[in-house]
Design a protein around this ligand. Structure first.
Ligand code: ATP
Length: 271
């Protein structure tokens, strides 16, 4: 993988069970994304073209990339992550060439998912005033997406676009056959934050009760998943510092079983 894309590796394996607070979205995904990726013939036999593009929209850090990784993992799909701003190049034709290469690789490795983070940077709407580079990039992305499911292509390639600003996208991208499904991944409610905390702490030795975590989640107004993940990490470091007590040479064995994250660590990390 080059530095503007990233491929799914073992260390980034994400399953649906690790994603908190998005159960409605995950239900929709199972039915409308997973099924056609796994069994495209189910759809094509009935003349229903499988979706080629799905737009996930919502603020940063709410779990959009996680969703992409979880689908890829569940379906056993190859996944390439592209970052919109990073792949935009001022050099003539370079962005289009990279896109062509990524789509061609995906079609060779079907089922495959192409995840485009910050899609709006790649395809902005500029009220008839897109610059030359942007015009060419939008046109080539559309051509590449229209090619999915055509000859030599069984259609098991899905493009997931993530954006913070769905209305800033070139409207041509949101027509049928392109990003024709949209799913909101919004800021979590208190109940959803509690679910996210439970999931983040699932593999962490901790002593906070369900009620305590619920109360903590309630007080974390405005926190998204990425913020809660940062809180858990800070709390873990705080607990570790407490056990180390200034010493720097305890072995893993000595530490094992002694670091438990408490409600105090979590509260400290949140303040
Ligand atoms: P961006 O738009 O900035 O790329 P994103 O919506 O794609 O953000 P992710 O990259 O999926 O967000 O989330 C960042 C990290 O935050 C995840 O690796 C995970 O640790 C945590 N996280 C975010 N949302 C959730 C969630 N719903 N459940 C559990 N963890 C979450």
């Amino acid at each position: 993988a080059q530095n503007d894309t990233e491929e799914q590796s073992k260390s980034t394996r994400v399953s649906y069970s690790m994603i908190g607070g998005l159960s409605n979205q995950l239900d929709v995904i199972r039915e409308t994304i997973e099924l056609p990726l796994k069994n495209p013939e189910l759809f094509t036999n009935y003349g229903i073209p499988p979706s080629r593009g799905v737009l996930l929209y919502g603020p940063p850090g709410t779990g959009k990339t996680m969703i992409g990784r979880a689908i890829a993992n569940e379906v056993g799909a190859h996944m390439t992550v592209i970052n919109g701003p990073e792949i935009m190049s001022k050099f003539y034709g370079e962005t289009e060439a990279r896109l062509r290469q990524i789509f061609s690789e995906a079609s060779q490795r079907q089922p495959a998912i192409i995840f485009i983070d910050e899609l709006d940077a790649l395809c902005p709407k500029r009220e008839g005033a897109q610059n030359e580079v942007e015009k060419r990039v939008v046109a080539s992305l559309l051509t590449l997406m229209d090619g999915i499911g055509s000859e030599g292509h069984s259609g098991q390639v899905l493009v997931l676009g993530a954006t913070n600003r769905p209305h800033a996208l070139d409207p041509a991208l949101r027509r049928p056959g392109r990003f024709d499904k949209e799913l909101e991944v919004g800021v979590p409610s208190a109940v959803e934050r509690a679910d996210i905390l439970q999931k983040l702490l699932h593999t962490v030795p901790h002593s906070a009760s369900v009620e305590e975590l619920n109360r903590l989640a309630e007080s974390a107004h405005g926190y998204v998943g990425a913020d809660l993940a940062a809180v858990c990490k800070e709390a873990g470091l705080h607990a570790l510092r407490g056990v180390l007590g200034g010493s720097t040479h305890l072995s893993d064995q000595q530490l094992k079983g002694r670091v438990t994250v408490t409600l105090q660590d979590l509260t400290w990390a949140m303040s």
